[in-house]
Structure formats: structure tokens, C-alpha cells
Design a protein around this ligand. Structure first.
Ligand code: PRP
Length: 210
């Protein structure tokens, strides 16, 4: 049995539907159960339900051989994992957003540029490239309010439907990356459990986009 780390929250429901299509239907609804491990009905997988930001660590440390993780989380944490498959769901964009009027001001007129984000490493890398002074504040959620109330000029965050930005009077200034759910695999487990991992990969590949 391979163990697959699944991020709880908004990705869990989509992951569950996807895994069902791939032939790995969970024995209990992943988005509703309070259990932290759930087997697949076929008995070939065990799901480990963890916070999205923790999923890569469980796989990196070999507690789970495989996992599902958002590209946004992978960009932030840069874990040492194989990332063999784009699963195609949980699509969103990593963007720089802020008030519309900031479009007219160059970054160098805002010194230092203040940026708030749940993704401080992504924000650091992005603003470091611009060569102007900047400060990044790490927030844990509701990042938009930072830009609305002046904690920061910009936020770096994911946008899915755009509703949160719109309802708070913010706009996208730059796109950093397209994100979606990815299959991640522990490096050692990939080779040690090659046959099982390959079978899983083949079945998941067949379900992508179906
Ligand atoms: C994410 C993200 C945005 C929102 C974008 O937050 O940080 O706030 O979703 O989605 P939208 O474009 O469809 O409106 P999440 O819902 O995960 O909550 P959080 O702010 O508490 O982290």
C-alpha cells in the first residue's frame, strides 16, 4: 500500500473526485471525515490528510511515498521532491495585486515597496529581481486587507475566481505563475517502489483532464 498525502481544505474535494476517476475512490469522503488516514476502496492506497502547507514535508521525509500539493505551495517551500505530473485541477494564478492607482506609480517611487503575502519566499524572489528596495511581510491569511488598509502597497497571492480581489477593490498588477495541483513523489520511494509508483502514475495520467 502506498501512502498519499492529501491537502485538506479546498483542494480535498477536487482531489477526491479526481482520485475516484483514477480508480482510487476513498473509503470515506476525504472532505468530510475527521479521520487523518483513510484507505482507498481498492486497498492500494492510504490517504494521509494534512494541512496543505505540511503535505510536501510528509512526502520529503518519506512518511508518505507520494502526495498532492498545489504548485503555489511547492513554489514557496521548494521541497526536494519529484514532481512527475500536473494533475490539472485546483487551477489558479500567483499574482501581484494592489489598489488600481498603484499602476501609475513606478515601484521606485514607493521606497521601500511594501509587500504582504502568505508566500514570502515567492514574494522575495519576485521583488528581488526588480532591483528596488522592498520589504516583505508574512501574513497567514486574508492578505487582501493588508493592501486595502495600507499595511502594504502590494500583495502576492493566489487568485482563482478573482472575487476576493474584486470585492475588496484590488486589481492584478502582474502575473507570476500559473498554478495547479501536482503529484509529488519522494525521491527514494520512486526507485524503491518503482512498480507501484509507476502503476499509480499511469492511472493518474489517464484521469487527468477526463
Ligand atoms: C485564497 C487566496 C485569496 C482567495 C482567492 O484564500 O489567498 O484570498 O483564496 O480566491 P478567489 O480569487 O476565488 O476569490 P483562502 O480562501 O484560501 O483563504 P485565506 O485568505 O484564509 O488563506
Amino acid at each position: 500500500m502506498l501512502r498519499l498525502a492529501i491537502p485538506t481544505g479546498r483542494v480535498a474535494k477536487q482531489a477526491e473526485a479526481f482520485l475516484g476517476r483514477a480508480g482510487y475512490c476513498p473509503a470515506e469522503p476525504l472532505a468530510e471525515t475527521r479521520k487523518l488516514t483513510v484507505p482507498s476502496r481498492c486497498g492500494r492506497l492510504e490517504y494521509l490528510l494534512v494541512k496543505p502547507v505540511d503535505a510536501p514535508l510528509y512526502v520529503e521525509q518519506g512518511v508518505a511515498e507520494c502526495g498532492i500539493s498545489g504548485k503555489d505551495t511547492l513554489m514557496e517551500l521548494a521541497p526536494d521532491l519529484l514532481e512527475p505530473l500536473d494533475l490539472g485541477f485546483a487551477r489558479c494564478r500567483m499574482v501581484v495585486a494592489g489598489k488600481p492607482e498603484l499602476e501609475r506609480k513606478g515601484d521606485n517611487l514607493l521606497s521601500p515597496v511594501r509587500v504582504a503575502s502568505k508566500y514570502p519566499a515567492v514574494a522575495q524572489r519576485h521583488f528581488a529581481k526588480k532591483g528596488a528596495p522592498y520589504t516583505v511581510f508574512k501574513l497567514s491569511g486574508s492578505v487582501e486587507i493588508g493592501a486595502v488598509l495600507g499595511l502594504s502597497h502590494f500583495i502576492v497571492d493566489i487568485v482563482e475566481t478573482g472575487t476576493t480581489l474584486r470585492e475588496n477593490g484590488l486589481v492584478v498588477h502582474e502575473e507570476i505563475a500559473e498554478c495547479s495541483a501536482r503529484l509529488v513523489v519522494n525521491r527514494a520511494a520512486y526507485y524503491a517502489r518503482l512498480e507501484e509508483v509507476r502503476a499509480l502514475l499511469d492511472n493518474l495520467k489517464a484521469a487527468v483532464g477526463s
